[in-house]
Design a protein around this ligand. Sequence first.
Ligand code: SAH
Length: 558
Amino acid sequence: MSRPAAAIVILGTGSLATARRIQQMYPASLIYGLAERVAGADRVYTDFGDNLRQLYAQDTPIIALCAAGIVIRTLAPLLMEKGAEPPVLAVAEDASAVVPLLGGLSGVNDLAREIAAGLGIAPAITTSGELRFGTCLLNPPSGYVLGDVELGKRFVSDLLAGEPVRIEGHAPWLACAQLPERPDARLAIRVSSDARAPTADALLIYPRNVLVKLTTAVTAQVIREVLLEANLAWQSVACVVAAETMMADAQLRDVASELGVPLRFIGSDEDLAPHSLTWREPEGAVALGVAPAPVVIEHLGRARGRLAVIGLGPGAAELMVPAVKAELARANDVLGYETYVRMAGPFRDDQVMHCTDNREEMQRARHAFELAAQGRSVVVVSSGDPGVFAMAAAVLEALHASSDPRWHSVDLEILPGVSASLATAAQAGAPLGHDFCVMSLSDNLKPWNIIEKRLDLAAEADLALAFYNPISRSRPWQLGVALEIVARHRTAQTPVVLGRDIGRPGQTLRVTTLGALTPDQVDMRTMVIIGSSTTCTFPRVDGREWVYTPRWYGQKPE
Ligand code: SAH
């Protein structure tokens, strides 16, 4: 059995020891702990129910160290919907019981047996078929698919009622099952890629050994017709294969997703030679290759590479968008400035981290394309939003400058994040509630006279101002000059917000005024927001202050 990347969910520190033992069996798994009660978890959550339901919906195997009843009640609303059904188990926090709850068809009993063996106890298996035959007939190993679950359940109950069975075709995993086999039995387990109508007296299991090679993108309907003519079952299709030159073809992608199979790309037909395929319609637009055994997709050609440039948000996990979390989970490679890569983690053993210096942006972008062009799933991390003084523009610049078709074929996506100015503004109230201007005060990549000019004009235009990169050791005097320019157009009472390490441990938020602001109150981890002429403040009940800029300008509307 492959080692799943499960979520081990715990509610208190008392479960940590057992969680760690299970994690050792599945090193790719992550321990999820309740924020206020568990220190030392890989991931924290604040709401048990939301967290569990999100994991379930994402098809993540769940090992919950708590009462079975809690898990059942939490997931119950999702069970009516047809969707993901990952294995879900409850494990007693003292490691005395392992109870498979859900996911009978996705291997929950195998998982329960493995965990129980690791903990030195007996699993609470309740599935009759498994107890009797030593295997779940409805859950064939990877590379094989079951034809029809409902017919399958009836078939297994007939077997449990005492009927004998015969096996047709090659089913190596059934060799050590305790099945009541008889050559003349009415019931048959049929393992074959032949297209057959489902019947009650046969359990149809399809090996995924057929590949569909396309020389041009056709519809799924055309592929189904060609399969039918060749008497091959659509369930046996392992993947759609096409030439690397077709990698960015959207229609091809749609066809593969409609068939529910992966898409692989080859340089030439030579790449298929090791798979001993027998061809049907080899010259047609839809050629069918049949392999003697299930095809191992990872060994066949390569996938279309993916490159996602993501924004982590300011730091706190709750402020990271779900699409970014999902992207991090699927990544093979993670690139970025070391601080941000660490913030995006922890990562599984199979994920490769490439930490670089913050200044090597173009080099990092090119490295990311090289990895993605090999068919890998690559993530480039930025803090906040990747499009705000961060990696997205560098990645696009690298692509723009490249004429390499492999780079242009990469599935490139930019996923947004909560930028520091927005995270800081939200904590202070709404200082950016009206028109505002965002600037980086760094003159590393632009001349200082441009910065001065923009500051002058933006301040004159009475825009609220948000400064990124306000100061650093190598740029000590610039902020002072910037404040002088702003002061030409604003009163000393203009509210100023300083957010430092917002959304990170030790964050501070300070509300002051332009007159009282000096550069020594600011460092490179600070966001500076300077109000416009209409920005105002008033006290909060806790003694601090709210800051906001009204949405109207000029005359207050009635
Ligand atoms: N892409 C990032 C900005 C990178 S520029 C974003 O969208 O937020 C780096 C600057 O952003 C820092 O010098 C600081 O001014 C600001 N910054 C980034 N993270 C911050 C945080 N957590 N709190 C306050 N300011 C932050």
